[in-house]
Structures are given as structure tokens and as C-alpha cells.
Design a protein around this ligand. Sequence first.
Ligand SMILES: C[S@@+](CC[C@H](N)C(=O)[O-])C[C@H]1O[C@@H](n2cnc3c(N)ncnc32)[C@H](O)[C@@H]1O
Length: 274
Amino acid sequence: MRIDRTTSEDFQRAVAPLYVPEMGTEVVAPFLVNLVHMLRPRRVLEVGMGYTTPYLAAALADVRAGVERESRGLAEKTTRHLSSAGGLDDEWLNAAPALAAPAFYLEPYEPGLVAVDDLSNPYSSAARVTGILRDLGVDDLVSVVNADVRDCAGKLPPSHATIDLAWVDAWECLYFFDHFWERIDPDGGVLLMHYLMTYPEGEAILHYLTEFQRANPGELELVNVLESHKLTQNSVTMLRRTAGVKRRRYGGKGGTVSYSPALRAGAEEHARLA
Ligand SMILES: C[S@@+](CC[C@H](N)C(=O)[O-])C[C@H]1O[C@@H](n2cnc3c(N)ncnc32)[C@H](O)[C@@H]1O
């Protein structure tokens, strides 16, 4: 089972004061949590703080704890299997942590969230976020930059020269794309933008993005997710940068895992270092 504090009543009670109904992020916040659990980003950037910020921070803290636990379990099961005659096999694969890819665990998982907000919106809960991050004990993962996104590039920490996951929930989506796209990791980094569907300016940005995609084959994948039951604040646009994706081929025909010499070498190295 994964570690996920964001579904607990305590967490939801703690973040409730940040919830502003007209911001429309009640479903987006847990959606971001699940993306963090899937992508396991190390370098995360949020533009437009509020209800979503503690969800992102808590998800990074929980994944960090999960990775530590999995890494220990992976080293144990690898050591056990390599010392037996069988070596790496389906039993190794399916033992806890099931399906784990050793290569992921070779790099330390020390995530950080940089959250940018110029506090320009009096209706936003951005100004109240820091205290709640502290109460939740996840403030060690977050650096807050109180600046206009147009002035923030030089204020980001060096760790965020490249970004694995960016979440933009402010009017400046087009500016962000034009000025920060090159920072998104070309090996599958993801940029999410809130609310670009169902109104003219947003649709113009979507048109711009699809034209950019057409003019730059292989640069990105794009999908829009619409909450069609809502009149506004009702979509997430996801861009996945593919300009430099590494080839990952773990399975053979039918998706069965190949216990290749490279996989064995990675597992051995991880077990030695863990
Ligand atoms: C829609 S609210 C963010 C909502 C938040 N994600 C939530 O879930 O509650 C937009 C936020 O972006 C900030 N903002 C607006 N324009 C900005 C800019 N140019 N640079 C930085 N922050 C900006 C506002 O102060 C506001 O807090």
C-alpha cells in the first residue's frame, strides 16, 4: 500500500481553510497528488499557491517516505534472490516492493517544491499557505518565492534549473510556456496548466500550443482534461515534454519482464549501495 496522508480526515481538516470554491481545485488537488505518486518528480514548481500547495508538498513527503521503504525492501529481496540459485525471476519481481525497477532507486529521492505567488489576488488563500505547511510538517520540502512569475526566473533555486513537474494556476500560462518550457525535463517532464478550456483567451492559448506541437514534431504530447459539469475553472491541460526521452524497454513480447544482464547489474548495484 502506498503512503498517502492526503486522504486522512486530519489532513483535510488542516487544509480546509485554504479552500476557495471559485478557484475550482477541489478535484485537481488530489489529481496532482496521484500524478506525484505516479511520476515521482524531484523538482516541482507551482505558480499560483493556495489549496493545491499542501497537497503537492504532502504527496512529495509521502513519496519520499515510500521510496525509502521500497528501497530497503528491494535491496533485501534482491540480496535474498541473488544468493539463491534462482537469481532474478518472477518471484523476485512480485515480492514486495512488487514490480520495482532498480534503476529508479539508484538515484536519491530528495524532492523539492518551489511555490511562486506574487500575492496579487486578494481572494486567494496563497498568503495563508506557509503556516499550514508548517502545521503539517511538510514545510521542509517547500521554498516559497513571493514574486511575479515574470520576475521569478532568477529567484528559483539552482536545483530547479530543470523541472520535472510544473503546475501553473495563474493567468500567465502563455508567458510561462514561452519562458519556462525549455526548463521542463525533455525526458518526460510534465507541465500542467489550469483552466484553458471553454473561454476565448484560453482557447487561443490551446490553439497556440497545438500549433507549436505541429511545428515541433516529437517535442511534446498534449491532452486536455475537462470537468464538463463545471462552468469555469474546469480543465487541466497536460503537456509532456518528449524532446529527449530515454528509451526504456523492460519487457519482451506480451509485456513480460526480461531478466537481462543489465537489469541484474542494476539490481546488484542497488543492493550493494542501499
Ligand atoms: C487561481 S489562484 C491559485 C489557486 C490555488 N492553486 C488553489 O488551489 O487555491 C492564482 C494565484 O496566482 C497568483 N498570481 C496571479 N498572477 C500572478 C503572477 N503574475 N505571478 C505570480 N503569481 C500570480 C495569485 O496571487 C493567486 O494566489
